[in-house]
Design a protein around this ligand. Structure first.
Ligand SMILES: Cc1cc2nc3c(=O)[nH]c(=O)nc-3n(C[C@H](O)[C@H](O)[C@H](O)COP(=O)(O)OP(=O)(O)OC[C@H]3O[C@@H](n4cnc5c(N)ncnc54)[C@H](O)[C@@H]3O)c2cc1C
Length: 384
């Protein structure tokens, strides 16, 4: 995002992040520990409640400001991943929840009394093809009974609430596959141990992600968000915000790699001169810079459209694609610039390299974005 925008907000984020050195992140990464103190500090500063309207105790800022927050977090060498979900999962509740649900949860989420950090969509069999998910929620009187499996669901062990997408009408009985899915706000404190079993999966980076097994988990009917059967639309609604926010994190990562690599290229002496004096070292840094700046502009455009309530599907997808590509290219460049030190955990490049790799795959893979642009923007024939 444009560096001049939100200069004060940037400073606030930088101040919070300054309390969490790269050593702090290195240690969490080595032990695969949740950065509890960091998430608490982000919550206490109000930053994680940036998008929650003031009437519910949040900062009432736009998506462009939220982008600045996540960008600065990642730029500092930190990882917004353990904390970011609250920003977009909250939107489902805000836009589609009842007034009772909004009043009941949002002020507590804003104050940190409750964490809404988990978002359960992906399944082992369904994967990218979300409408094929088979986790079912069957209405029985004043509750729903949930059965099924989810995979790679992040932060469940550090969240009180989870937004869950489940099928309430069997796929054979709906006109369109996207119908018959519903969204629930599941209270994890009640569900875990009462039919919900969690098994953590170790992944490439320090991200608490889990396999979930639902066996007759009872969820009160009051946990349903919006109308039954409309869940897919609600989730899709939130995805533009998610993609733009993730793009901002990628921009932050890209800037981290470029700043570190530039510093290193100026200081590191080989053959009696700084390595950055060689154009073979300069050019990849300059190219990465140009690509990150361009992706930043698309992210800014997408956020501005979103904040004005205008259609932003194409821009949100392109921002995520370009920013994820730019940060990944910058990561590769940084490893190359650091040489052997790029592989050394003590220099943080390899940790951030692993972290930024995720964005080519999650929350949406590059291929699926290209397919969106081809089909919906360029009107090429539908592929699947
Ligand atoms: C660390 C981590 C954290 C995650 N956290 C969450 C979370 O909190 N909540 C959640 O719900 N999910 C989460 N996910 C899941 C993530 O969103 C999915 O992994 C991602 O959407 C891809 O789905 P998949 O793994 O099933 O891949 P698949 O659907 O199996 O796809 C595999 C590959 O095939 C490609 N592909 C598939 N179909 C096509 C096609 N028609 N054309 C071209 N290419 C195609 C895809 O692009 C992809 O590269 C997380 C994943 C990870 C790794």
């Amino acid at each position: 995002m444009n560096e001049v925008h939100y200069a004060g907000l940037r400073e606030t984020v930088q101040e919070v992040c300054a309390g969490f050195s790269n050593e702090y992140w290195r240690a969490r990464d080595e032990k695969r520990e949740y950065p509890e103190a960091f998430v608490q500090a982000m919550t206490a500063s109000g930053l994680l409640g940036a998008l929650i309207p003031k009437e519910y105790g949040g900062m009432g800022l736009g998506l462009d400001a939220a982008c600045v927050i996540l960008e600065e977090v990642n730029r500092s060498g930190a990882n917004a991943g353990p904390a970011h979900a609250q920003m977009y999962t909250m939107g489902t509740l805000l836009r589609h929840g009842s007034e009772d649900q909004r009043e009941g949860y949002l002020p507590k989420v804003a104050s940190g009394e409750l964490r809404l950090q988990a978002f359960g969509v992906t399944e082992p069999e369904a994967g990218t093809d979300t409408t094929q998910l088979t986790t079912s929620a069957v209405r029985e009187g004043d509750r729903y009974v949930v059965n099924g499996r989810k995979i790679y669901i992040s932060r469940v062990q550090h969240s009180d609430l989870m937004v869950l997408l489940a099928r309430t009408t069997p796929i054979e009985q709906v006109e369109k596959h996207s119908h018959g899915l519903s969204v629930f706000l599941v209270d994890l404190r009640e569900a875990i141990g009462n039919g919900l079993t969690i098994k953590q999966r170790r992944v490439m980076m320090n991200n608490e992600t889990n396999e979930l097994l639902f066996e007759n988990v009872e969820v009160p009917a009051s946990a349903l968000i919006g109308e039954e059967g409309e869940g897919f639309r609600y989730i899709m609604d939130g995805m533009n915000a998610e993609r733009i926010l993730i793009a901002a994190e990628c921009i932050g990562d890209g800037r981290f790699f470029i700043e570190r690599a530039t510093e290193r290229a100026k200081e590191r002496q080989v053959f009696g001169r700084p390595i950055g004096q060689n154009q073979g070292v300069q050019f990849p840094i300059a190219r990465a810079y140009a690509n990150v700046e361009a992706a930043g502009l698309m992210t800014e455009k997408a956020a501005a459209l979103f904040d004005r309530g205008e259609s932003c599907g194409a821009e949100a997808n392109m921002a995520k694609l370009l920013a994820a590509d730019a940060s990944w290219e910058a990561a590769n460049m940084a490893v190359q610039t650091f040489g052997g030190y790029g592989f050394d955990a003590g220099y943080d490049i390899e940790r951030k390299f692993r972290e930024t790799r995720l964005y080519q795959v999650a929350p949406i893979s590059t291929n699926l974005i290209l397919s969106y642009v081809a089909e919906h923007v360029l009107k090429l024939p539908r592929s699947f």
